[in-house]
Design a protein around this ligand. Sequence first.
Ligand code: HEM
Length: 494
Amino acid sequence: MTLVLGYTLATAWLALCAWSIGYTVWLVVYRLWFHPIAKFPGSFWARTTFWYEFYYEWIKPGKYYARIKEMHEQYGPIIRVTPDEIHISDPLFYHELFVPFNVRRTNAYTRYAQGTGFEDIFAIIHTHEGHKVIRDPVEKLYGKIATHEPLVLGCTKNFRARLDQERDTGKLINLSHACLSLAIDVATTVTFQAPSNYLEEPTFNENLFNIQKSGLMHVPLFAHLPTPLRMIVVPAIQVLASRIPELKEWDEKTRRQTFRTELQEPTMKLQGRASIWKRANFASRIGQLIQQNGIFHVSHTIETIITQLAMDKSQLQKLQDELAQFWAEKPDKVTSWYALRELPYLTACIHEGLRLGAGSMKRSPREYPDDEIHYQGWVIPKGTPFSMTTYYMHMDPTVFPNPDTFNPDRWLGADPNGLMHKYLLPFGKGSRACAGQNIAWMQMYFAISQVYQPGGPAIELFESDESDIRLAHGYVFPQPRLDSPGVRIYVHDP
Ligand code: HEM
């Protein structure tokens, strides 16, 4: 009996091995010679297996953006970066590819959401039409400048007040967490009926942000797990995560939040498109998704500007002088975003903060279901995922000499090629570009002008430098060196 069982198991094992080898060989042959994008150039490994991307995203980690750049240098401006996806490196072509809703139907690539925990929502909004259901009202709501100006200003005043509270107390502040807390307060204020108050928390929600960062770093692992394994592991992780007190509290807080009236009906419509099994907590999870989109880039930009100014006193002085003059001459305008936008040095600091702090390193591929793409003699078939990486444009030395340097003056002088504004694309472009751009600009103008207005605090860095802010890892939201504890500061009287 034992012998028969052993023989059966051995045969099954052999059959499984033979099937796996046969399947792998077939897959490689298909991807290299018969796949619709088989002819596109690229590294052998990138063309044949998704594990190549996994290696550079998880093992390296977050470095596939750098490897893709190397591959472009080797194979040219259009390459295959995974068996399914084409990547193009040609900044001016970006403006032709990423177009508004009415120009071309544009889907997102569902694989991009794998491992994020929002796969079910993405399964609906990855289509052009599904996305439009929620995108239009969100954009319309965030476009109400007069309504949002006092709300966003209020949050930035709270931020400044929290810094003031710590003046000369000798207490170390984690600026990264303070900026994230500000960003959540702004995002919830403009999206939900009752704002949250993350800025009030004494440690600026240190534990929550550390856990969220760790979650972000694990996305590439979950994304690449084979589907059956992912279906078991991801829910298990979600159950475990729901027991972590900080995450539980964050989750509960967002669940209690009610959308602003303008977003309630579209959310219900979207929920109606979800399968019956996925409807529980659907609305609150859309809220979480919007919140995540609205915090990382903006907080990192503000943090970058404050840190750079703390390292360069002459730049700091220029900004303070400009603001002091404005505060003296136009005191009635200091709460107007439109008026602040006229200040050249403040604007230049924000542009430079966005260039260094908010370039997307991770691709966010799109697909045209109805159109081919024609580029330099190549034809990308309909429905093929394609992507571009704005980080390369932000760091292009032909347009931004010494691209690693924070240099607001570059935005004040002549723009020799007329390309600087075309290469600065922190918000992306087209139908899926940032929906919260107005809110983001307001937040940056108000936060920076509140901190550096006359009488503002003096900020001293503690064991922190440029390496704590320079983007280095291309996760869904890019991160600086992974062992950075965040920028730490002391706040003093000026
Ligand atoms: C410096 C600040 C910000 C930057 C650089 C930025 C950048 C981006 C980018 C690049 C995308 C597109 C992602 C993709 O291609 O898949 C995006 C999407 C989005 N952002 Fe922002 N963002 C910022 C701030 C905000 C704020 C403050 C909010 C709202 C409070 C917000 C709300 C959104 C939403 C809702 C989306 C999804 C849009 C869609 O899928 O149609 N963002 N953001």
